[in-house]
Design a protein around this ligand. Structure first.
Ligand code: DX5
Ligand code: ZN
Length: 232
């Protein structure tokens, strides 16, 4: 079962002075996706990276780039990320006036589309757009910063989201990834997987584990996350 789990290191906690190398290093150590956190100092109180940086890291890996938009509005910037090489683009429903239209736009641009749910955002936002969702991303912290503590209530929400997705898959045969973002560590990843998640963003847990010149510096942490998932 563990081979179906996706580990997505968030480059928010990487060494930005060596970003290309930090991207290649986690993938070489067995990570699956690169999680790319986009913040605008408007929808969330922090400012990070945009399409130019996505384009710059694109040649560093063949792994999917999972763009998490924490920006408002969202539609203007979606085609830019698609052109910059993003594979998956997710956004917060509160940040779009027309959620269905934004999901459709992401797919028209050739990317997989997803909705992101803040800790207090109800899952009902997904109910009428399931056919346009490839990913459901549950925030297990309030968005804006790496290194925060996992909010335990997310486990209940994760079980609810899993039930909705499984019912949809049984009806249609189509699967939707259930991704968790925030405070994921080796000591809670198995519990989160048992609650139904199958994709795991880990920023500080991965990039905090070794910032030196060792090209294999992330083998140990990604191996430990994988070993925990293998127990599920
Ligand atoms: C928070 C970001 C997360 C963050 C996770 O707004 O969406 O992706 O980088 O960082 P950790 O794993 O340190 O909680
Ligand atoms: Zn994120």
């Amino acid at each position: 079962m563990s081979e179906s789990y996706v580990i997505a290191p968030s480059i928010l906690s990487a060494n930005f002075a060596k970003l290309g190398e930090e991207v290649s290093a986690v993938i070489a150590s067995g990570a699956d996706w690169i999680h790319f956190d986009v913040m605008d100092n408007h929808y969330v109180p922090n400012l990070t990276i945009g399409p130019l940086v996505c384009e710059a890291i694109r040649p560093c890996t063949k792994a999917p780039i999972d763009v998490h938009l924490m920006v408002k509005p969202v539609d203007r910037i979606i085609p830019d990320f698609a052109k910059a090489g993003a594979n998956i683009i997710t956004f917060h429903p509160e940040a779009s006036e027309h959620v269905d239209r934004s999901l459709g736009l992401i797919r028209e641009c050739g990317c997989q589309a997803g909705l992101v749910f803040n800790p207090a955002t109800p899952l009902t936002y997904m109910d009428h757009v399931m056919d346009k969702l490839d990913v459901v991303l549950l925030m297990s912290v309030n968005p804006g910063f790496g290194g925060q503590k996992f909010i335990a209530e997310t486990l209940n929400k994760c079980r609810e989201a899993r039930a909705k997705i499984d019912a949809y898959t049984a009806r249609t045969g189509r699967t939707i990834r259930l991704e968790i973002d925030g405070g994921v560590k080796t000591d809670n990843i198995a519990e989160i997987a048992r609650a139904g998640a199958d994709a795991f963003v880990a920023g500080s847990a991965v990039y905090g584990a070794g910032k030196d010149t060792d090209p294999n510096r992330y083998d140990s942490i990604i191996g430990s996350l994988r070993a925990e998932l293998a127990k599920v």
